[in-house]
Design a protein around this ligand. Structure first.
Ligand code: NAP
Length: 348
């Protein structure tokens, strides 16, 4: 029988990259799958709601805190086999995993360098960057069912991956990710598709060079956690890049031309994703509504490096941050007719 250390009224802000929000009524740190199961049983017996927190990089905690049990997932372990099979426990910091695989000359995750958070979170929103996404190399996800508390394995097709989306994201109360397995390419080439990345690299870059270039790009946008960076308290992108009908994308271009925001339709960033849909750049839309990089309102604002990241400057509240987010969303909607959706999870 596992002995649980149940703590009360534990501040959650220090466990998140935003540094905002109140305490967890109950809190258990788990380092083994057995204690994770026991923590869920404990919550069931006590009749309290339960949420799992890991890296804290994509979560916004309410000022009142969380009224139930927070399970802090610290399941650790990462095995890297020469044939490219990489098995990672959910609580393992993601960038350590990318670093290990690049050092082992395994291709497939190099563009996903520098992303904060835990490995278990990556399949949930099918984390992606610079044309690579975890769904491309993921072989399986082992999860715990929250009702039966049984482990179940999902193959890539079962996960229903889409752009920054998966079955796990759509059904957050069904499963908890325990372990993720990737099938990487030993000695494979780096994937360099985006111009922004290619522009900083020579031809046929190594995996290590690609990782360094991605880290430098992300650092230039304050998208790598750095204790000295004034933009450091954020959840990275606060909104998803919207995927809209081609018709709406055309309307956005017409609005931008009519309002003199651009002289040329090609100056509006848009990327066809097929099926009559286009992806727009949320940061571009936000900046065109007057919310510029470095915008400050009291203790919260917009990163000085990237309009998609809302930041907390210290001493603020979650209510202030969410109010700014709502205003940005409403202004983009009224100017361009595009709805922005929040990327981080709300807790409490
Ligand atoms: P960015 O590079 O300024 O790109 C803005 C938007 O344009 C994104 O929607 C991006 O698509 C798209 N885009 C740019 N070049 C493209 C190309 N050659 N082909 C297709 N689409 C293109 O974005 P950023 O905010 O600085 O972020 C850098 C990268 O990190 C992006 O890939 C972004 O999506 C990613 N990111 C991911 C997460 C996450 O997984 N939760 C969070 C933050 C940033 P894509 O989004 O498809 O790349």
């Amino acid at each position: 029988m596992v002995k649980l250390d149940v703590q009360q009224d534990v501040p959650l802000a220090p466990l998140t990259t935003l540094g905002l929000g109140g305490p967890a009524r109950h809190f258990i740190r788990v380092r083994t799958e057995e204690s994770l199961v026991e923590a869920f049983r404990w919550a069931r017996e006590e009749g309290v709601p339960v949420q799992v927190l890991a890296g804290g990089s994509n979560v916004v905690v309410a000022d009142a805190g969380y009224p139930g049990l927070i399970i802090h997932n610290q399941l650790l372990g990462c095995s890297v086999a020469k044939d490219g099979v990489v098995r990672v426990a959910a609580g393992e910091p993601w960038d350590d995993v990318v670093h290990k695989t690049v050092s082992a000359d395994l291709a497939g995750l190099e563009c996903l360098s520098g992303i904060p958070g835990s490995t278990g979170a990556t399949p949930i929103q099918n984390v992606g960057a610079y044309g690579q996404q975890v769904a491309d190399t993921l072989q399986s996800v082992r999860v715990l069912t929250r009702d039966q508390l049984e482990p179940v394995e999902f193959g890539p097709d079962d996960c229903e991956f889409a752009y920054r989306d998966s079955l796990f994201k759509r059904r957050p109360d069904r499963w908890v990710v325990l372990e993720v397995t990737f099938g990487l390419r030993p000695g494979g080439k780096a994937k360099v598709e985006y111009d922004e990345l290619a522009g900083t690299l020579g031809s046929s870059p190594s995996l290590a060079e690609t990782r360094q270039a991605v880290l430098a790009l992300r650092r230039s946008k304050s998208m790598v956690l750095d204790p000295d960076d004034p933009n450091r308290r954020s959840v990275g992108s606060f909104f998803l890049n919207p995927i809209v009908t081609d018709e709406l994308a055309n309307q956005v271009v017409q609005t931008a031309l009519a309002d003199g925001l651009v002289n040329d339709a090609a100056a509006v960033p848009r990327f066809s994703v097929g099926g009559g849909k286009s992806k727009l750049a949320a940061a571009w839309l936000i900046e065109r509504t007057g919310f510029h990089k470095g915008f400050v309102r009291g203790a919260v604002g917009i990163s000085s490096k990237h309009a998609l990241a809302l930041v907390h400057h210290g001493g603020g509240t979650t209510a202030q941050l969410l109010s700014l987010a709502d205003e940005i969303r409403d202004r983009v909607k009224s100017r361009f007719g595009v709805t922005l959706y929040r990327e981080p999870r709300l807790l409490g």
